[in-house]
Design a protein around this ligand. Structure first.
Ligand code: GLC
Ligand code: GLC
Length: 815
């Protein structure tokens, strides 16, 4: 057993066996509108829909100790106080375990013969979380103890909540009824919602004022009320409202008691707001508490969480895969990460404070690539929402708030890769579902809301935008930045107090991006395929013409001799070229030119990948973003040169872009290389958790590279495009089950020594059981495809036309 924990694959859990992990190891609760983050010590917070505008509980980022706010239970027994999750008291436990599962976490702590288990989850389609708590007396004597619950309420708008104390210290309001705590700050005027924190068991007391429960000069490690063994029944009026309950228990030898705490976000809807002056209508809150006071309802809700995940995961499951890391990631954890990134984009994680970015245009489009198979209906709606933040000139709001669906004016648009990602997400949706009607979905532009334009119009607008905004080499203009947010070729920022991205004049700029050119090739080819599928051959031919022109430009202007140049700066000097002193080679232009189909006939694509292998790749960590790192700040390049060498966009291993190279290797049938590269960034395969530090079950955005003093350290886990793209790599490029417009295509690229594996894939109402055999020890090429006993030419499984819903597919590799 590894030092901090292990995978329990059968349960789809990661089991953490000691609380002092190298960093907080986080999990997500919820997948509809109510979300929570929970760490192995029950740290974290909850929100409804939008971590900025509807934050329910508080969390202090950049705190020390780290991760010291959460969903806490305190035990007071005799003189000792402790938490089953160890924090915040950090009293030494006799036993500890945290099971992070899909949509739930279960923390169990034991001390002096008392065991407390806290199971936290969000029931499907409900705006609440349940903590099922079981207290067990493992001794041979009767035991008396008090258990205290604790959350600190956020006053809903998280930014104001953590900055504007002259107001916030005077607005907090609560009501308490039958031990249930109703947090109703700002309810009297413009809010029609409250937070409920209740206990299904009779409570001996409560507190709602932080000063009363914790104390002004105490911390959560020694809260006054817990030390005293008694809540004060305080009522918050301003200051810092909290929710705490006291449950007194007397347990016979060997006895146990189970009850639940419920934390709920309640919207009143059409109900009358008040029962009486200052007394809110509690009908819904009471219904919730009545429902979950029945423990059978708690158990049924938890079973529903598990069943829902099993149903979702049954859409793609691989078995007998010769590599355990790939199998568990593709079957379980990678899909969980795709769910989290789809829901939260880059808004709320251990590193994203929930008050910043909201949903990202390019991020959310890419997230769909790894999510669309799970819940295509939701992906469909998201695509339309994202497109609606595009402007009619083709530019896009770079980010938008999920609650309002309005673009963030602060950051605006002008990230010139943004428009193109919409084509990838739309094509992925149509490949998955066959539903091209999405293209006709009415969908206005942000500057023409309510207009009758449709999604296809947005897609053509995106293509036109790239074509119409090109620089001196005929390559696309970069704007504020492209996929690499830190390549700011138009900013020339000398002021520490300004944004790297948004200063400078992009209107008059000539800086160009080869990465966008490659992405254009990829998107245009996708669109050609789509038009062919729709029978619009004239449109297919038109877009093919644009593809051919851009390809010619790339080959003529962007080949640097042994790899593709990354960009041309505002003075038209090359970036990512052998002629540069630092940053001679970048990963993104190799990736996208190869993925877009450049260099196929002239050998350059293979050379580009080999250059990545030679200059960027390190089997222990993955590929650095560029080489050599920048050792000094380059005014003409911007933020990319601001990070210390080996971190982030300055030659860190930025996992997201590694995945594109993995796909690149599979395009050349290099199955051994593809798997080796795949494993180099795979969290499950990290050998030493003290070095890697991040969660072993979730991709990190970046790993410190060989060019840093801390190589191998993972950072910014969970919310990264690596989630979606790694799932694409494993499920489609390596295991080779690829949704296509007219059916499932089988195109594996695996290590030579793999003998075979199986995949179950549900696709457009049919369950395919695909068994792949590799008797000749090849990497790729489908030699034979047998579908329900019938030999089929090529590698496309035709869609059944006779209503069959179960299809058996036998694949032999080695054409
Ligand atoms: C972050 C951003 C993403 C960007 C990447 C590279 O992951 O969310 O949009 O492409 O950094 O800069
Ligand atoms: C992206 C990058 C990050 C950069 C940020 C700029 O998220 O990953 O390095 O600071 O964009 O807003």
């Amino acid at each position: 057993m590894a030092k901090y924990g292990y995978f329990d694959d059968a349960q789809r859990e990661f089991v953490i066996t000691r609380p002092d992990t190298p960093l907080p190891w986080l999990n997500y609760l919820g997948q509809d509108e109510y979300f929570g983050m929970v760490t192995q010590t029950s740290g974290g917070y909850s929100f409804w829909k939008d971590a900025k505008l509807r934050r329910l509980t508080r969390y202090r980022y950049n705190n020390n100790p780290m991760d010291n706010d959460g969903r806490f239970l305190f035990v007071k027994q005799g003189k000792s106080i402790w938490n089953p999750g160890w924090k915040p008291t950090r009293t030494k436990l006799d036993a500890f375990e945290c099971r992070h599962g899909l949509g739930y976490s279960q923390i169990t702590g034991k001390k002096d013969g008392i065991e407390v288990e806290q199971l936290m989850f969000v029931p499907p389609q409900e705006n609440l979380e349940v903590w099922k708590v079981t207290v067990r007396n493992k001794t041979k004597k009767a035991q008396k103890l008090s258990l205290f619950s604790y959350v600190e309420f956020c006053l809903f708008e998280a930014l104001n909540d953590m900055t504007n104390y002259q107001r916030t210290y005077s607005i907090g309001e609560v009501e308490i009824e039958n031990g249930a705590i109703y947090h109703k700050t700002e309810y009297r005027e413009r809010r029609n919602h409250y937070t409920l924190f209740g206990c299904t068991r009779k409570v001996a007391g409560y507190d709602t004022a932080r000063d009363a429960f914790v104390g002004v000069h105490n911390g959560l490690g020694d809260p006054k009320a817990v030390l005293a063994g008694k809540c004060t029944n305080s009522r918050a009026y301003g200051w810092n409202p909290i929710g705490a309950h006291q449950v007194d228990l007397t347990l016979k030898p060997g006895a146990e008691e189970t009850f639940a705490f419920v934390l709920a976000y309640v919207e009143q809807g059409d109900l009358p707001k008040f029962d009486a002056p200052f007394v809110i209508n509690k009908t819904k809150g009471k219904e919730i508490m009545a429902k979950y006071s029945d423990l059978a309802a708690v158990d049924a809700a938890f079973a529903a969480v598990k069943q829902r995940w099993e149903d979702l995961l049954s859409i793609y499951q691989a078995t007998k895969v010769p590599n355990e890391h790939l199998q568990r990631m593709v079957n379980t954890w990678n899909q969980a990460q795709c769910m989290a990134t789809f829901n939260l984009s880059r808004s709320a994680s251990g590193y994203e404070t929930g008050i910043g970015r909201g949903m990202g245009y390019r991020d959310s489009n890419q997230d769909i690539l790894g999510f669309v198979h799970l819940l295509p209906e939701r992906a469909r709606q998201r695509i339309v929402d994202i497109a609606s933040t595009q402007l009619s000139d083709g530019t896009c709001f770079h980010q938008y708030q999920p609650l309002t669906k309005k673009g963030n004016a602060d950051i605006g648009g002008g990230f010139n890769d943004d428009p193109l990602w919409l084509i990838l997400s739309t094509c992925a949706y149509i490949r998955e579902t066959g539903d091209a009607s999405i293209l006709q979905e009415p969908c206005g532009y942000a500057d023409k809301p309510g207009s009758k334009d449709n999604l296809l119009h947005h897609i053509e607008t995106s293509i036109a935008y790239t074509l119409n905004n090109r620089g001196p080499h005929g390559l696309p203009l970069i704007g504020h930045a492209d996929w690499n947010d830190c390549l700011n070729l138009n900013c020339f920022s000398k002021e520490p107090n300004e944004s790297f991205q948004c200063v400078g004049d992009i209107a008059g700029s000539k800086a160009e991006s080869v990465m966008i050119a490659g992405l254009f090739l990829y998107a245009a080819r996708d669109l050609v395929g789509l038009y062919q599928f729709m029978g619009q051959s004239a449109d297919a031919a038109r877009v093919q013409g644009h593809y051919d022109d851009m390809l010619k430009t790339v080959e003529e202007q962007a080949w640097d001799g042994a790899w593709y140049t990354r960009a041309f700066d505002a003075a038209s000097n090359p970036v990512g070229s052998k002629s540069c002193k630092e940053g001679k080679i970048y990963i993104e232009s190799q990736a996208w030119c190869v993925l877009g189909g450049a260099g196929q006939t002239n050998g350059r694509a293979k050379k580009a990948l080999q250059a990545v292998d030679k200059y960027l790749y390190d089997a222990r960590y993955g590929c650095a973003l560029q080489y050599p790192p920048y050792s000094e700040y380059h005014l003409e390049l911007g933020e990319v040169s601001s990070y210390p060498p080996g971190y982030k966009e300055n030659a860190g291993v930025f996992s997201h872009n590694n995945t594109w190279i993995h796909i690149g290797w599979t395009m050349f049938g290099e199955g051994d290389k593809a798997l080796e590269y795949y494993l180099s960034i795979c969290p499950s395969a990290k050998p030493d958790h003290d070095v890697y530090r991040s969660e072993p079950y979730s991709y990190a955005q970046m790993t410190a590279s060989q060019f840093s003093p801390t190589p191998g350290e993972g950072k910014n886990s969970w919310l990264t495009g690596t989630g979606a793209w790694s799932f694409v790599v494993a499920s489609q490029s390596i295991l080779g089950v690829k949704p296509d417009f007219t059916g499932l295509r089988i195109d594996p690229c695996v290590p030579k020594k793999w003998k075979g594996y199986s995949v179950q894939r549900k696709f457009r109402g049919v369950t395919y059981t695909i068994s792949v055999k590799n008797p000749k020890g090849k990497c790729n090429g489908v030699k034979s495809l047998v579908v329900d006993g019938q030999k089929v030419a090529g590698n496309l499984i035709p869609l059944p036309t006779d209503g069959r819903t179960e299809v058996k597919v036998e694949v032999t590799l080695g054409a």
